[in-house]
Design a protein around this ligand. Structure first.
Ligand SMILES: Nc1nc2c(c(=O)[nH]1)N[C@H]1C(S)=C(S)[C@@H](COP(=O)(O)O)O[C@H]1N2
Ligand SMILES: [Mo]
Length: 395
């Protein structure tokens, strides 16, 4: 019952008397747009678990508002969630002192930091792979860059003490496995110490200046910008410092892994030849105008959007109106901080009346550019960073 209380935002008096399967009136239409405060143009891919994606034009803001943030849940929302009683435990083979903190401890003991962090689901763009890959058929909308406020994971880990053999961290969370089995974790992933100890890797209490919305990890979330969003554990109550690569749920097999060497589409790969995805590849999105824009002949069109490149910065942003034959530079801003997406714009003049596509291509600091077509097929359909395009008609 108590997940209802969390969603309604108020204790249900006499809730213990509710019959099993009874839906409180307040949630009767169980409208995800209302429950989660999402924009009505968001697309619900699945409701058990909730998976909701954005459309490009909804991501136009420099800092993504909750209303346009995609939702990716592997299990069911946590129940009996009480922030006042919430604790975070640091444990694992490679912690010196297993330590438990309340949220108040974390906030009073460590300095608060605020960063804009780009988080993209490893499966964003999966819908374009052929042969198709199973899983949520994300198009382009499983990415966001919100402002997160919290304490550095590094400060907390150093307070508990890290042994010299530490190689990885793994998060544990309180969401509920789809089977309802409380011994099973929905997802428990992590990253190497080098990423865990970066300044921008934080344990956040706030998103865009307010308490984190329930579906995005209230009351405590690990935020690891630039890496597959699956590393950014929601509802985190434990972080293990490991002396080996973390082996939690969805770390092994083909989960969030790609073939270490490229393969042919549809080819089978042995688990031992699959490598963990780390920094996400360079990518960009045109957020204005909406695909299908109509303009008048002689009218200039200013396009805008964002570009990001995992742990790297985006150095160059270009657009093409001739299906990739020639490219013209866009103006691109510096990131607000490391791991924040960068904003671009360009004003385009179209030579004559007719149908055009505007393609956008970002290049990262090491010279890697987005491919124009879907890149390396892989069994789970990760890392599609093909150029985004929009249709424009000049009348
Ligand atoms: N505890 C927990 N953390 C989680 C998940 C989850 O199911 N449970 N999903 C992960 C995945 S796969 C993604 S893509 C992001 C989605 O974050 P969002 O829903 O805030 O956009 O959360 C990650 N953290
Ligand atoms: Mo994800």
């Amino acid at each position: 019952m108590s997940v209802f209380a969390t969603l309604i935002g108020s204790k249900i008096i006499f809730g213990a008397n509710l019959l099993e399967g009874y839906m409180p009136l307040a949630l009767e239409d169980s409208d995800p747009f209302k429950i989660f405060n999402k924009h009505e143009d968001m697309i619900v891919l699945n409701d058990k678990p909730w998976n909701i994606e954005a459309k490009a034009h909804l991501l136009d803001d420099k800092i993504t508002p909750n209303s346009a943030m995609f939702v990716r849940n592997n299990g069911l929302l946590p129940e009996d969630l009480d922030a006042k009683k919430w604790t975070l435990t640091i444990d694992g083979e490679s912690v010196i002192d297993k330590t438990t903190y309340t949220l108040a401890d974390l906030q009073s003991k460590f300095k608060l930091h605020t960063y804009q962090l780009t988080i993209e689901c490893g499966g964003n763009g999966r819908s374009e792979f052929n042969p198709p890959a199973k899983g949520n058929q994300w198009t382009i909308g499983a990415v966001h860059c919100a402002t997160w406020t919290g304490v550095r994971l590094k400060d907390v880990l150093e307070d508990a003490g890290i042994k010299s053999d530490a190689v990885y961290i793994g998060f544990h969370a309180t969401d509920i496995h789809l089977t309802g089995n409380s011994n099973k974790e929905t997802i428990s992933r992590g990253c190497p110490m080098s990423k865990a100890l970066q300044d921008e890797t934080i344990l956040a209490f706030k998103m865009n200046g307010e308490a984190i919305p329930l579906v995005h990890g209230y009351p405590l979330r690990l935020v690891v910008g630039g890496w597959p969003a699956s590393v950014s554990g929601k509802w985190v109550n434990r972080i293990s410092v490991r002396n080996r690569i973390h082996d939690g749920a969805k770390m092994e097999g083909a989960s969030y892994r790609i073939p270490c060497e490229p393969i042919a589409p549809g080819e089978k790969v042995k688990d031992e030849n699959m490598c963990i995805i780390e920094s996400m590849p360079v990518k960009s999105l045109i957020t204005y105008p909406k695909s299908g824009a109509m303009i008048k002949k002689g009218q200039a069109l200013t396009i805008r959007g964002h570009a990001w490149a995992g742990d790297l910065e985006v150095n160059k942003m270009e657009y093409s109106i001739d299906f990739g034959s020639t490219w013209t530079s866009c103006a691109i801003e510096k990131p607000a901080n490391r791991l924040a997406w960068q904003h671009f714009k360009a004003t385009i003049n179209f030579p004559e009346k007719g149908y055009y596509e505007v393609w956008a291509k970002a290049t990262d600091a090491l010279g890697a550019a987005q491919p124009m077509i879907v890149p390396g097929w892989n069994p789970k359909g990760y890392l599609n960073n093909a150029c985004h395009r929009i249709a424009v008609k000049v009348n």
